[in-house]
Write a protein that binds this ligand. Sequence first.
Ligand SMILES: NC(=O)c1ccc[n+]([C@@H]2O[C@H](COP(=O)([O-])OP(=O)(O)OC[C@H]3O[C@@H](n4cnc5c(N)ncnc54)[C@H](OP(=O)(O)O)[C@@H]3O)[C@@H](O)[C@H]2O)c1
Length: 258
Amino acid sequence: MADTRIRSRFDLSGKVAVVTGSSKGIGEAMARGLAEFGASVVVSSRNQESIDEVAQQYRADGLDATAIACHVGDAADRQRLIEQTISTYGRLDILINNAATNPYFGPVEGLTTAAYQKTLDINLTAALELSNLALPHLRASGAGCVIHISSVEGLHASPHFAAYNISKAGLIMLGKSQAAEWATDNVRVNVICPGLVKTKLSRALWEDEATENHMKKLIPLNRMATPDEVAGVAVWLAGPAAGYVTGSVVTVDGGMLG
Ligand SMILES: NC(=O)c1ccc[n+]([C@@H]2O[C@H](COP(=O)([O-])OP(=O)(O)OC[C@H]3O[C@@H](n4cnc5c(N)ncnc54)[C@H](OP(=O)(O)O)[C@@H]3O)[C@@H](O)[C@H]2O)c1
Protein backbone atom coordinates (compact mmCIF):
# COMPACT_ATOMS: atom_id res chain seq x y z
CA MET A 1 0.00 0.00 0.00
CA ALA A 2 1.31 3.47 -0.92
CA ASP A 3 2.72 5.57 1.90
CA THR A 4 0.38 8.58 2.25
CA ARG A 5 2.06 10.29 5.22
CA ILE A 6 2.55 13.54 3.34
CA ARG A 7 -0.65 13.41 1.31
CA SER A 8 -2.72 13.03 4.50
CA ARG A 9 -1.31 16.36 5.68
CA PHE A 10 -3.39 18.10 3.02
CA ASP A 11 -6.58 16.49 4.34
CA LEU A 12 -9.01 19.04 5.83
CA SER A 13 -11.74 16.55 6.81
CA GLY A 14 -13.58 17.56 9.98
CA LYS A 15 -12.46 21.18 9.71
CA VAL A 16 -14.82 24.12 9.31
CA ALA A 17 -13.81 27.14 7.22
CA VAL A 18 -15.30 30.59 6.74
CA VAL A 19 -14.28 32.46 3.58
CA THR A 20 -15.46 36.06 3.23
CA GLY A 21 -16.24 37.32 -0.27
CA SER A 22 -16.61 33.81 -1.65
CA SER A 23 -19.49 34.24 -4.12
CA LYS A 24 -16.98 34.64 -6.95
CA GLY A 25 -13.35 35.15 -7.89
CA ILE A 26 -10.49 34.12 -5.63
CA GLY A 27 -12.76 33.63 -2.59
CA GLU A 28 -15.02 31.22 -4.46
CA ALA A 29 -12.01 29.23 -5.70
CA MET A 30 -10.53 29.03 -2.18
CA ALA A 31 -13.85 27.91 -0.66
CA ARG A 32 -14.16 25.19 -3.30
CA GLY A 33 -10.54 24.11 -2.76
CA LEU A 34 -11.00 23.79 1.00
CA ALA A 35 -14.23 21.83 0.49
CA GLU A 36 -12.62 19.51 -2.07
CA PHE A 37 -9.98 18.66 0.54
CA GLY A 38 -12.71 17.75 3.04
CA ALA A 39 -13.59 20.93 4.95
CA SER A 40 -17.12 22.12 5.58
CA VAL A 41 -17.17 25.62 4.15
CA VAL A 42 -19.23 28.70 4.93
CA VAL A 43 -19.66 30.64 1.69
CA SER A 44 -20.25 34.32 2.36
CA SER A 45 -20.73 37.67 0.62
CA ARG A 46 -23.22 40.55 0.75
CA ASN A 47 -25.60 38.87 -1.67
CA GLN A 48 -27.63 35.96 -0.26
CA GLU A 49 -28.84 34.82 -3.66
CA SER A 50 -25.36 34.46 -5.15
CA ILE A 51 -23.92 32.60 -2.14
CA ASP A 52 -26.96 30.30 -2.07
CA GLU A 53 -26.17 29.42 -5.70
CA VAL A 54 -22.50 28.71 -4.92
CA ALA A 55 -23.29 26.58 -1.84
CA GLN A 56 -25.97 24.72 -3.80
CA GLN A 57 -23.46 23.94 -6.56
CA TYR A 58 -20.91 22.66 -4.03
CA ARG A 59 -23.51 20.40 -2.42
CA ALA A 60 -24.50 19.12 -5.88
CA ASP A 61 -20.82 18.23 -6.33
CA GLY A 62 -20.81 16.26 -3.06
CA LEU A 63 -19.12 18.97 -0.99
CA ASP A 64 -20.31 20.36 2.36
CA ALA A 65 -21.28 24.04 2.27
CA THR A 66 -23.54 26.55 4.00
CA ALA A 67 -24.29 30.09 2.81
CA ILE A 68 -24.29 32.89 5.40
CA ALA A 69 -24.51 36.49 4.14
CA CYS A 70 -22.16 39.06 5.66
CA HIS A 71 -21.19 42.59 4.65
CA VAL A 72 -17.77 42.58 6.31
CA GLY A 73 -18.05 46.30 7.06
CA ASP A 74 -21.11 45.71 9.25
CA ALA A 75 -20.45 44.76 12.89
CA ALA A 76 -23.78 42.95 13.35
CA ASP A 77 -23.21 40.94 10.16
CA ARG A 78 -19.71 39.93 11.29
CA GLN A 79 -21.05 38.71 14.63
CA ARG A 80 -23.86 36.80 12.92
CA LEU A 81 -21.42 35.14 10.51
CA ILE A 82 -19.35 33.66 13.32
CA GLU A 83 -22.35 32.83 15.56
CA GLN A 84 -24.26 31.08 12.77
CA THR A 85 -21.14 29.15 11.76
CA ILE A 86 -20.85 27.86 15.34
CA SER A 87 -24.56 27.10 15.62
CA THR A 88 -24.42 25.21 12.30
CA TYR A 89 -21.17 23.29 12.73
CA GLY A 90 -20.18 23.63 16.39
CA ARG A 91 -16.62 24.67 15.55
CA LEU A 92 -14.43 26.96 13.45
CA ASP A 93 -10.91 26.03 12.34
CA ILE A 94 -10.10 28.24 9.36
CA LEU A 95 -10.93 31.91 8.69
CA ILE A 96 -10.02 33.49 5.36
CA ASN A 97 -10.37 37.27 5.21
CA ASN A 98 -10.75 37.77 1.48
CA ALA A 99 -13.49 40.40 0.84
CA ALA A 100 -12.12 43.76 -0.28
CA THR A 101 -13.03 46.97 -2.00
CA ASN A 102 -11.29 49.72 -3.96
CA PRO A 103 -13.69 52.66 -4.29
CA TYR A 104 -11.14 55.25 -5.45
CA PHE A 105 -8.65 55.17 -8.29
CA GLY A 106 -6.68 58.38 -8.65
CA PRO A 107 -3.87 60.53 -7.30
CA VAL A 108 -3.19 60.36 -3.57
CA GLU A 109 -3.82 64.10 -3.12
CA GLY A 110 -7.39 63.58 -4.37
CA LEU A 111 -8.15 60.76 -1.93
CA THR A 112 -11.01 61.85 0.35
CA THR A 113 -11.11 60.87 4.00
CA ALA A 114 -14.42 59.11 3.31
CA ALA A 115 -12.98 56.91 0.55
CA TYR A 116 -9.81 56.26 2.58
CA GLN A 117 -11.85 55.29 5.66
CA LYS A 118 -14.19 53.04 3.70
CA THR A 119 -11.26 51.19 2.14
CA LEU A 120 -9.59 50.65 5.50
CA ASP A 121 -12.88 49.63 7.16
CA ILE A 122 -13.60 46.89 4.60
CA ASN A 123 -10.08 45.71 3.74
CA LEU A 124 -8.35 45.94 7.11
CA THR A 125 -10.52 46.68 10.16
CA ALA A 126 -13.07 44.01 9.21
CA ALA A 127 -10.26 41.43 9.10
CA LEU A 128 -9.12 42.46 12.58
CA GLU A 129 -12.66 42.32 13.99
CA LEU A 130 -13.53 39.00 12.34
CA SER A 131 -10.28 37.45 13.53
CA ASN A 132 -11.04 38.55 17.10
CA LEU A 133 -14.56 37.12 16.91
CA ALA A 134 -13.16 33.86 15.55
CA LEU A 135 -10.24 33.59 17.97
CA PRO A 136 -11.94 31.74 20.87
CA HIS A 137 -13.11 29.09 18.39
CA LEU A 138 -9.74 28.92 16.62
CA ARG A 139 -8.08 28.37 20.01
CA ALA A 140 -10.58 25.64 20.86
CA SER A 141 -9.84 23.98 17.51
CA GLY A 142 -6.28 23.21 18.65
CA ALA A 143 -5.02 23.95 15.12
CA GLY A 144 -6.69 27.21 14.14
CA CYS A 145 -5.69 29.12 11.07
CA VAL A 146 -6.27 32.61 9.69
CA ILE A 147 -5.35 33.60 6.15
CA HIS A 148 -5.51 37.23 5.06
CA ILE A 149 -5.72 37.95 1.34
CA SER A 150 -3.50 40.95 0.80
CA SER A 151 -1.92 41.82 -2.56
CA VAL A 152 1.42 42.60 -4.19
CA GLU A 153 0.08 46.16 -3.77
CA GLY A 154 0.74 45.72 -0.04
CA LEU A 155 4.43 45.17 -0.83
CA HIS A 156 5.07 47.70 -3.58
CA ALA A 157 3.17 50.85 -4.51
CA SER A 158 1.37 51.21 -7.83
CA PRO A 159 0.30 54.77 -8.56
CA HIS A 160 -3.35 55.72 -8.03
CA PHE A 161 -4.15 52.92 -5.58
CA ALA A 162 -3.00 54.60 -2.33
CA ALA A 163 -5.87 53.64 -0.01
CA TYR A 164 -5.97 50.08 -1.34
CA ASN A 165 -2.17 49.78 -1.08
CA ILE A 166 -2.20 51.08 2.50
CA SER A 167 -4.97 48.68 3.52
CA LYS A 168 -3.14 45.73 1.97
CA ALA A 169 0.16 46.69 3.63
CA GLY A 170 -1.70 46.95 6.96
CA LEU A 171 -3.13 43.48 6.47
CA ILE A 172 0.39 42.07 6.21
CA MET A 173 1.42 43.58 9.55
CA LEU A 174 -1.90 42.60 11.13
CA GLY A 175 -1.19 38.98 10.15
CA LYS A 176 2.37 39.08 11.41
CA SER A 177 1.28 40.62 14.74
CA GLN A 178 -1.46 38.03 15.21
CA ALA A 179 0.95 35.23 14.31
CA ALA A 180 3.42 36.42 16.94
CA GLU A 181 0.75 36.53 19.66
CA TRP A 182 -1.38 33.52 18.79
CA ALA A 183 1.33 30.93 18.15
CA THR A 184 1.18 29.85 21.80
CA ASP A 185 -2.38 28.61 21.10
CA ASN A 186 -1.28 26.97 17.84
CA VAL A 187 -3.34 29.48 15.87
CA ARG A 188 -1.33 30.13 12.70
CA VAL A 189 -1.78 33.33 10.71
CA ASN A 190 -0.46 33.83 7.20
CA VAL A 191 -0.90 36.29 4.37
CA ILE A 192 -1.26 35.63 0.65
CA CYS A 193 -0.29 38.38 -1.77
CA PRO A 194 -1.73 37.66 -5.21
CA GLY A 195 -0.41 39.51 -8.24
CA LEU A 196 -2.78 39.89 -11.19
CA VAL A 197 -5.64 37.42 -11.09
CA LYS A 198 -8.36 37.33 -13.73
CA THR A 199 -11.52 38.26 -11.76
CA LYS A 200 -14.26 40.88 -11.76
CA LEU A 201 -12.19 43.09 -9.43
CA SER A 202 -9.30 43.27 -11.90
CA ARG A 203 -11.52 43.53 -15.01
CA ALA A 204 -10.23 46.98 -15.99
CA LEU A 205 -6.78 45.41 -16.45
CA TRP A 206 -7.80 42.65 -18.85
CA GLU A 207 -11.08 43.53 -20.56
CA ASP A 208 -9.37 45.14 -23.52
CA GLU A 209 -6.56 43.26 -25.24
CA ALA A 210 -4.08 46.14 -25.38
CA THR A 211 -4.26 46.72 -21.60
CA GLU A 212 -3.98 43.01 -20.90
CA ASN A 213 -0.93 42.71 -23.16
CA HIS A 214 0.67 45.68 -21.42
CA MET A 215 0.02 44.10 -17.99
CA LYS A 216 1.37 40.72 -19.13
CA LYS A 217 4.70 42.33 -20.03
CA LEU A 218 5.15 43.17 -16.32
CA ILE A 219 4.82 39.51 -15.34
CA PRO A 220 7.72 37.08 -15.94
CA LEU A 221 5.25 34.17 -16.46
CA ASN A 222 3.65 36.45 -19.07
CA ARG A 223 0.04 35.82 -18.04
CA MET A 224 -2.47 36.62 -15.34
CA ALA A 225 -3.26 34.00 -12.70
CA THR A 226 -6.49 32.05 -12.45
CA PRO A 227 -8.29 32.08 -9.08
CA ASP A 228 -7.50 28.34 -8.72
CA GLU A 229 -3.80 29.17 -8.62
CA VAL A 230 -4.37 31.17 -5.43
CA ALA A 231 -6.72 28.50 -4.04
CA GLY A 232 -3.99 25.85 -4.06
CA VAL A 233 -1.82 28.00 -1.82
CA ALA A 234 -4.75 28.61 0.57
CA VAL A 235 -5.44 24.86 0.80
CA TRP A 236 -1.80 24.23 1.67
CA LEU A 237 -1.68 27.03 4.27
CA ALA A 238 -4.99 25.96 5.88
CA GLY A 239 -3.98 22.49 6.97
CA PRO A 240 -1.31 20.38 8.66
CA ALA A 241 0.93 20.47 5.55
CA ALA A 242 1.72 24.06 6.60
CA GLY A 243 1.72 23.26 10.33
CA TYR A 244 5.08 25.02 10.85
CA VAL A 245 4.20 28.03 8.67
CA THR A 246 3.02 31.12 10.53
CA GLY A 247 3.65 34.85 10.11
CA SER A 248 4.53 34.21 6.46
CA VAL A 249 3.76 36.30 3.42
CA VAL A 250 3.33 34.17 0.30
CA THR A 251 3.35 35.95 -3.04
CA VAL A 252 1.42 34.35 -5.92
CA ASP A 253 2.44 36.78 -8.64
CA GLY A 254 3.99 34.96 -11.60
CA GLY A 255 7.37 36.37 -10.58
CA MET A 256 6.26 40.02 -10.72
CA LEU A 257 8.08 41.12 -7.58
CA GLY A 258 11.11 38.99 -8.38
N1 LIG B 1 -7.98 40.01 -8.78
C1 LIG B 1 -6.76 40.40 -8.54
O1 LIG B 1 -5.97 40.64 -9.47
C2 LIG B 1 -6.27 40.55 -7.11
C3 LIG B 1 -4.91 40.81 -6.92
C4 LIG B 1 -4.43 40.94 -5.62
C5 LIG B 1 -5.27 40.79 -4.54
N2 LIG B 1 -6.59 40.53 -4.75
C6 LIG B 1 -7.44 40.38 -3.57
O2 LIG B 1 -8.13 39.15 -3.64
C7 LIG B 1 -9.37 39.28 -2.94
C8 LIG B 1 -10.51 38.80 -3.81
O3 LIG B 1 -10.55 39.58 -4.99
P1 LIG B 1 -11.24 39.08 -6.34
O4 LIG B 1 -10.39 39.58 -7.43
O5 LIG B 1 -11.56 37.64 -6.24
O6 LIG B 1 -12.58 39.96 -6.32
P2 LIG B 1 -14.03 39.71 -6.96
O7 LIG B 1 -13.98 38.70 -8.05
O8 LIG B 1 -14.55 41.07 -7.26
O9 LIG B 1 -14.83 39.08 -5.74
C9 LIG B 1 -15.01 39.82 -4.56
C10 LIG B 1 -15.85 39.04 -3.60
O10 LIG B 1 -15.99 39.80 -2.38
C11 LIG B 1 -17.39 40.03 -2.12
N3 LIG B 1 -17.48 41.32 -1.47
C12 LIG B 1 -17.20 42.55 -1.96
N4 LIG B 1 -17.37 43.48 -1.03
C13 LIG B 1 -17.78 42.82 0.11
C14 LIG B 1 -18.13 43.24 1.40
N5 LIG B 1 -18.11 44.52 1.76
N6 LIG B 1 -18.49 42.29 2.30
C15 LIG B 1 -18.52 41.00 1.97
N7 LIG B 1 -18.21 40.54 0.74
C16 LIG B 1 -17.84 41.46 -0.17
C17 LIG B 1 -18.07 39.91 -3.49
O11 LIG B 1 -19.43 39.50 -3.39
P3 LIG B 1 -20.68 40.50 -3.21
O12 LIG B 1 -20.53 41.58 -4.22
O13 LIG B 1 -21.87 39.60 -3.40
O14 LIG B 1 -20.60 40.99 -1.79
C18 LIG B 1 -17.25 38.77 -4.08
O15 LIG B 1 -17.68 37.53 -3.57
C19 LIG B 1 -9.48 40.74 -2.50
O16 LIG B 1 -9.01 40.87 -1.19
C20 LIG B 1 -8.51 41.44 -3.46
O17 LIG B 1 -8.02 42.66 -2.92
C21 LIG B 1 -7.12 40.40 -6.01
